[in-house]
Design a protein around this ligand. Structure first.
Ligand SMILES: [Zn+2]
Length: 562
């Protein structure tokens, strides 16, 4: 691919404001929230002994309204006994997994925590870097990627907690390495992720302690051998799913040879299929139980933090779309899985000592073909080649104009500074010229230049504020492309994705479940960057003073904490 595809998406309800207005809005927000906070009585007499921070990878913000009638267990408990923020968004772009988990854990936008994307270009080596790639660390099993949180520039909630309370334990678990690592922060006790080849949960040498016995026992138990059925079947009667659409949906990927239930687990694809099914989430929650028991989390005289990122929902969403029977069944099963997990936590820790927060790193675009058929929104699939071809034509035009022997437009949204220098113009002027050409390409809605992304003024330009929050000067390119709302730019003819600043990609749930929540639903705009400072307030620790998030006052904090 000529340059990295960042799919666009739609319907964002946030109106970007000029920077001055943004600061005034922020000030008024803090003032208002302070007044609200004073009016709230504390609902708990002590900080929680266990905070469980759950991220469901690719969980759209509308699931609790859309599928609420199907939820009878964990989701229902969290929604009816807990507190739900119905209009939570990321408020930055790109809406990807790396930035999503780093933002929710650090209370900062990517512009401060540095995880601006899942991958970026190291300008010194001109090589692509994976967001948790670390050449200084070594995996505990040979042949695996070398990963760590060294690219994370800010401490996370787990780091704040351990700084204030060294006896506290911080553990992060996920199928995906980047999710576990970036949720866990710089110095957790343990971060574990799934290794496809060995079917083991692994870590890296960055984390000093050896794998605890409960992890090696979990690995030795070979979870999939004992828990995977012959096929993924629907939990509820077909008629329930049919009310939301067909099983065989246009734009869906195939499971094996067909797209409809049941989905048999094939021996040679068993691992891929497991993590692309509700059983991947079940496996991780079983591991989380082992962590709670193995580390005695929540049963010591301190606050522990358990971070869990459930990746299977993302794999299912990419393959089958957020409206598919597969996704609905996954959510129905996750509702039951979370119900069991909440009961387990309550039995081990006690409801009064427990706080659970649930959110997501991003949403997703519906399958474009399905959205067209159902007339739910304007969406279309654009072949990456149809974007890259006119970009190459533009590049050729500029090469002729500037007598360049190299490409003018480089991979990952850079312009060639050597060409600018030899032509006697600035890279900024060259980027401006590139922008003019890019804006003529169908599917491209806007192009933001580096200077605009680094500036303090957004001048009301749509989505510039979100892209500014997501831009890291040392790791970003010379420009950023925003594709049209509802456009999925992809190499594939099936499946869907996320990454845009639009509401369908950035609207996620935020739910808090703890003792005696007095208010159950809040409809104002909040952001995932607010979660970590809210947890800090409940735990009674101080976050760094220059984070971007604000503690949400509607979530009750124990007496004596700030
Ligand atoms: Zn994804």
């Amino acid at each position: 691919m000529f340059f990295r595809i960042r799919p666009a998406s739609g319907g964002d309800r946030i109106s970007p404001l000029p920077f001055g207005t943004y600061m005034i809005r922020r000030f008024l927000r803090i003032l208002l929230l302070s007044i609200v906070a004073i009016a709230w009585l504390p609902a708990q007499s002590h900080p929680p002994r266990l905070v469980v921070f759950v991220s469901v990878d690719q969980l759209k913000g509308n699931v609790f309204d859309r599928f609420d009638s199907l939820f009878t267990d964990g989701f229902r408990t969290m929604r009816s006994d807990g507190l739900r923020f119905s209009r939570a968004t990321l408020n930055y772009a790109p809406s990807e997994t790396g930035p999503g988990h780093a933002t929710m854990s650090t209370g900062c936008y990517p512009w401060k925590h540095g995880i601006c994307s899942n991958d970026w270009i190291n300008t010194a080596t001109e090589k692509e870097i994976y967001c948790v790639e670390d050449t200084a660390a070594e995996a505990q099993e040979p042949g695996h990627s070398i990963v760590s949180p060294r690219n994370l520039l800010r401490p996370a909630i787990g780091d704040w907690l351990k700084a204030a309370s060294p006896a506290s334990k911080v553990i992060a678990l996920s199928i995906k390495d980047r999710a576990a690592i970036l949720m866990g922060g710089r110095h957790p006790d343990l971060a574990l992720w799934f290794d496809h080849d060995s079917e083991h949960m692994i870590s890296s040498d960055y984390y000093p302690a050896p794998l605890p016995a409960w992890v090696t026992a979990f690995n030795a138990s070979r979870w999939m051998d004992h828990h995977l059925p012959e096929a993924w079947t629907l939990l509820l009667p077909d008629s329930v799913y049919r009310t939301f659409g067909p099983d065989d949906m246009p734009g869906e990927r195939r499971w094996d040879t067909c797209r409809t239930f049941p989905h048999p687990f094939m021996p040679i694809q068993r691992v891929d299929q497991c993590i692309m099914s509700p059983y991947g989430n079940a496996m991780l929650l079983d591991l989380a139980r082992q962590a709670v028991d193995g580390e005695r989390l929540g049963r010591r005289d301190t606050t522990d933090l358990l971070c869990i990122s459930l990746s299977s929902t993302d794999y299912i969403g990419h393959a089958f779309g957020p409206d598919s029977w597969e996704m609905i069944d996954n959510l129905v099963r996750l509702d039951r899985q979370l119900g069991d997990f909440l009961r387990f936590l309550t039995s081990r820790v006690g409801r009064e000592h427990l706080l659970v927060v649930l959110t997501a790193d991003h949403g997703a675009l519906p399958l474009p073909e399905y959205a067209q058929d159902m007339h739910t929104m304007q969406a279309r699939r654009i072949s990456a080649a149809d974007i890259n071809r006119p970009i190459l034509a533009l590049d050729s035009l500029l090469r002729v104009r500037y007598h360049a022997t190299e490409h003018v437009i480089l991979q990952n949204e850079y312009v060639n500074e050597r060409v600018a220098r030899s032509a006697g113009i600035t890279p900024e002027a060259l980027a401006e010229e590139v922008r003019t050409g890019l804006l003529r390409i169908p599917g491209i809605a806007d192009v933001y230049l580096r200077a605009e992304l680094e500036s303090r003024s957004t001048d009301g330009r749509p989505f510039l504020e979100q892209y500014r929050h997501g831009f890291v000067p040392e790791r970003g390119g010379d420009f950023v492309i925003r594709f049209c709302e509802g456009c999925l730019v992809t190499n594939g003819s099936t499946g869907t994705s996320h990454g845009s600043p639009y509401f369908y990609d950035t609207n996620v749930p935020i739910l808090f479940w703890g003792p005696r929540m007095a208010v159950h639903r809040v409809d104002r705009d909040v952001h995932t960057v607010d979660i970590a400072p809210t947890l800090a307030r409940i735990i009674g620790i101080a976050p760094p003073s220059d984070i971007d998030g604000i503690a949400l006052p509607e979530v009750p904090a124990p007496a004596g904490t700030q």
